[in-house]
Design a binder for this molecule. Structure first.
Ligand code: UDX
Length: 449
């Protein structure tokens, strides 16, 4: 099938590449000429396991192309995806200017029936607005070309994007047009392994499904972080509690890991945007507000533990940080907990020496050259003479460190484990003080110390 994708960000690029992988002829359109050129050369601007070779192969085999030519892009596709960004505006609502600009471009150039598919995460009611924007441009050129608008949210996770896209657990399609649904059924047929994964519904339900999924996952995390904070105070270990509750299949083991708070381009933005949507519809979404507050507080947790350990005297200290990305297997630092930690450390007069397998370049781009940030090439280099080690992102390489080496390199041997990677007893046996998230240690420390 002939497919056009507007936007070569995370969602657009991954979707386009996976659709090309299944044999479709895909054209990706982006306004950024530099990015388009790089993509044509096989240079993928994001770090995503497995993506680059797939982009190169499909491009070489002629199924995947990149262009800035919007008119040509619209002319190409029987199905035209909108996968551009919906950043939060000042009040946290999703900013639809890019989505609607693409819709107008489609309206300007469409010359035969096409299905316009909203892949971007957009507030309920956006399909109507996209339809309106396309229709307005068609009317302006007195054209009667028929088209349908479908809501088809994307559920891929950064770091697992290719896998999620090739093997989705469900494909949500929101539309009332039988013709459009039939076309999407054909497009997604190769993704329907052993049973039909397409869940067809109306547009608004599809739009809300995306927000509900992300808000539910964010709620699980904030819930666990709240439990961790309670565990800390009552002398319980949240890691045991996590296993104890996860065994109940109604709760499950997924997304109940306490930590330094959730980040990324989706949860923070989507929880906020959904709360705004609810507010605009006259409903006060108190649970969503609480999820956001708990997460915001949690992002400061590592700083508070450090500050507590050093009696509030952080000036002049050097803190080693392992992990800058908002989660492993990505170089993305949007809303990352590492940023809150570093910014608070800098405010308090401490220096940061950080290692991340992929995100150093992003950290440099965000913060530039500064005396109080040193980005190093190797994990243990961050530790040399540092006063503490903080784990912010659970990259695999951090899971089983040589604690003897860690101890010998740190000037004060103490680990702040923001993802509960280590067994506290093992760390303490190595002669290193240990702080985790919700492990009841602070209480024990007070009792024994
Ligand atoms: C998320 C959704 O998972 C995905 O379905 C949606 O399409 C986009 O948003 P993503 O933002 O890529 O994906 O990352 P995800 O793996 O969900 O992690 C988000 C954040 O939650 C990370 O900062 C992670 O560290 C944190 N997290 C996740 C926890 O703190 N605890 C957990 O148990 C799980």
């Amino acid at each position: 099938m002939k497919v056009t994708i507007f936007g070569t960000g995370y969602v657009g690029l991954v979707t386009g590449t996976c659709l090309a992988e299944m044999g479709n002829h895909v054209v990706c359109v982006d306004v950024d000429a530099g990015k388009v050129e790089r993509l044509k050369q096989g240079d993928v601007p994001i770090y995503e396991p497995g993506l680059e070779p797939m982009v190169i192969r499909n491009h070489e085999e002629g199924r995947l192309d990149f262009t800035t030519d919007a008119a040509g892009g619209v002319a190409h596709g029987d199905i035209v995806f909108i996968a551009v960004g919906t950043p939060p505006d000042e009040d946290g609502s999703a900013d639809l200017q890019y989505v609607l600009a693409v819709a107008r471009t489609i309206g300007d150039h469409i010359d035969r029936y096409a299905v316009v598919v909203n892949k971007s995460t957009v507030p309920v009611g956006t399909a109507d607005r996209v339809r309106g924007a396309v229709a307005e441009q068609l009317a302006a050129r007195s054209s009667m070309v028929p088209f349908d608008v479908v809501s088809n949210p994307e559920f891929l996770k950064e770091g697992d994007a290719v896998e999620d896209c090739l093997r989705p657990d469900r494909i949500v399609v929101g539309s009332s047009s039988a013709k459009a649904i039939a076309l999407l059924r054909k497009l997604y047929a190769p993704f329907n392994r052993n049973h039909d994964r397409m869940v067809v519904m109306d547009e608004r339900s599809a739009e809300l499904t995306k927000y509900a999924a992300n808000a539910m996952l964010a709620t699980k995390i904030s819930f666990m972080n709240e439990m961790a904070n309670i565990a800390e105070r009552v002398g319980a270990d949240i890691e045991l509690v996590r296993q104890g509750i996860g065994a109940d299949p109604r709760i499950g083991y997924h997304f109940i890991y306490p930590g330094a708070g959730y980040g990324g381009s989706c949860f923070p933005k989507d929880v906020q945007a959904l709360a705004r949507t609810a507010h605009a519809a006259g409903y006060d979404a108190r649970l969503l507000g609480a999820v956001e507050i708990v997460n915001d507080t949690q992002k400061s947790r590592l700083f508070e533990l450090l500050s507590g350990h050093f009696g509030g005297e952080l000036k002049g200290l050097t803190v080693a940080v392992w992990g800058l990305a908002f989660k492993p297997n990505t170089d993305d630092m949007r809303e990352a907990s590492s940023r809150r930690l570093m910014e608070r450390l800098w405010e308090a007069g401490a220096k940061v020496r950080a290692f991340d397998p992929e995100a150093a370049g992003e950290a440099r781009r965000l913060y530039g050259e500064r005396d109080d940030l040193q980005l190093v090439e190797r994990p243990y280099q961050a530790l040399e003479g540092a006063d503490a080690l903080v784990i912010v992102t659970e990259w695999k390489a951090f899971r089983s460190p040589d604690f003897t080496r860690v101890k010998s390199l740190l000037s004060t041997p103490v680990i702040f484990d923001g993802r509960n990677l280590y067994d506290p007893a093992t760390v303490e046996e190595a002669g290193i003080a240990y702080y985790g998230i919700g492990r009841g240690r602070s209480l024990k420390g007070r009792e024994h110390g």
